[in-house]
Design a protein around this ligand. Structure first.
Ligand SMILES: NC(=O)c1ccc[n+]([C@@H]2O[C@H](COP(=O)([O-])OP(=O)(O)OC[C@H]3O[C@@H](n4cnc5c(N)ncnc54)[C@H](OP(=O)(O)O)[C@@H]3O)[C@@H](O)[C@H]2O)c1
Length: 211
């Protein structure tokens, strides 16, 4: 790859989200459910299997200001990951290690390591950021790790764009569901496809841009 194409390469960004069958993702500024096993999956995937000891080489998580505020202070910044917070007003992250605040999505993207990079970048919410990044043309994310909450039907007031039904101008589906084997191949570890925690059933899925 030439140095100019390296500099202009579009960053590969994976959205990671848990959503009900009605695409509900949040309630009252927080998550509608408490699923420790699902949280462990999120942490393992976004951190990567062997995070670098050099913070600048770690995976990146990008989030909106409200999602940042929804994380209990003792758990933020998300450890062993670069945390990028997007806010037009700015967020005081001066005491948070490996964390920066950005006034716009392009500003955050310009701080990502240039491709090719061994680290991965994840968009971790919330509703506003997912919508912007999934509905742009072309989408700013090229992969979506979806935890589909099958039951119960949790009450929600924040929603994920219904990306699975998006079609292009020629009527083709924009997103294609990968097989579970493809998901495990990308993750680099095995995981049960269907899971149950305290009466909540959910399924790990991976969707990729069909291009
Ligand atoms: N189920 C899941 O996987 C999941 C994951 C994450 C979050 N959530 C839930 O989602 C809900 C929060 O979602 P939300 O939509 O209310 O908030 P959000 O997307 O986390 O944050 C919205 C804020 O981010 C900033 N922002 C967003 N887009 C921007 C842009 N293009 N340029 C500049 N700033 C921008 C703005 O901050 P300023 O107002 O400061 O400008 C905006 O008010 C919560 O209930 C949370 O628990 C669920």
């Amino acid at each position: 790859m030439s140095s100019s194409s390296t500099l202009t390469a579009k960053p590969s960004i994976t959205a990671i989200v848990a959503a009900t069958q009605s695409n509900g993702i949040g309630l009252n500024g927080g998550l509608p459910w408490k699923l420790p096993g699902e949280m462990k999956y999120f942490a393992r995937v976004t951190t990567g299997e062997s995070p670098s000891t050099d913070p600048t080489q770690q995976n990146t998580v990008i989030m909106g200001r409200k999602t940042w505020e929804s994380i209990p202070p003792k758990f933020r910044p998300l450890k062993n990951r670069r945390n990028l917070v997007i806010s037009s007003k700015g967020v005081d992250v001066s005491t948070a290690p490996n964390t920066s605040s950005h006034p716009s999505i392009p500003s955050a993207l310009s701080s990502l390591p240039t491709s090719p990079s061994p680290s991965r970048t994840f968009l971790i919410g919330g509703s506003q950021l997912y919508t912007t990044c999934i509905t742009s043309t072309p989408p700013m994310v090229d992969r979506i790790l979806l935890t589909r909450i099958l039951e119960p039907a949790y009450e929600c007031d924040a929603f994920l764009e219904d990306f699975t039904s998006h079609t292009s101008q020629d009527g083709k589906e924009v997103w294609k569901k990968a097989s579970h084997a493809e998901l495990e191949g990308w993750l680099g570890f095995k995981v049960d496809e269907e899971n149950e925690e305290k009466g909540t059933r959910y399924r790990f899925e991976m969707w990729v841009l069909d291009q």
